[in-house]
Design a binder for this molecule. Sequence first.
Ligand code: GUN
Length: 295
Amino acid sequence: MAAKLLKGAEVAKEIREQIKAEVDELKDKHGVTPGLVTILVGEDPASQSYVRAKNKTAKALGYNSTQDTQPVDLPEADLLALVEKYNNDPNCHGILVQLPLPKHINDKKVLNAISPDKDVDGFHPVNVGRLMVGEPLFLPCTPFGIQELLSRSGQPVEGAEVVVVGRSNIVGKPIAVMLMQKGPAANATVTVVHTRTKDVAFHTKRADIVIVAAGVPEYIKGDMIKEGAVIIDVGVNEVGKTADGKRILKGDVAFDECFEKAAAITPVPGGVGPMTITMLMKNTLQAAKFFAGVS
Ligand code: GUN
């Protein structure tokens, strides 16, 4: 059996069309244009490419989108001051500080400085806490995108055995919490495995849905999943360059092996990535609506 491809790029396009209509209405009826600021510190090529994609999408949807690029040796105090400036800027509704930050900067301190009402990444402890108690304001974009992709492609989540591979604050922990909550595209039984798990395959082999955010290219092999599983690959690993200098990307899942066995699988690229960016747009629109007092 060959798997159904869960094409995030196509689902994302559909969602962006809905967002565009809402943006136009917010502009026409309330005179508010959603404003997104992305802050990039340094010149990491992967981060540059992600931030560029976020700004390009925001502009295409008619947002005011500003990329604020800072030198790699920017003092932490200056970054905190910059965040504070955007916290107080009424034209900016969403602030995103691209991670990872250079080592001399304490990322927790920076994320805590972003106003929770402008925290479109959903990383502020207030927003993490809201998610935990089932009263989210902003859902973190990658988990939000995964849940939307499962839901919009008709994959049953309720009652499913879900195994999440990886326990990061950005993906692993929040997706585990979201899928075990009461509610639509949730109510799953969730297990989280990580680098200290004794037998990862024992868990992944019995999962109906495997969500992989391990950061290791092709970590999940065909013999680690069960026949008919749904595989969500969050990994984006650069494994080399083409002759003309383009990045060669591989996911955290050995695609060909798992494609043969799975019922459905996300490709890399074109799977989770476009959904992440689209959910950032959704969160930023939401932030602008809060600002405008529109529910
Ligand atoms: N780095 C990798 N993923 C993300 C993300 O979703 N948001 C931010 N701010 N940085 C990231």
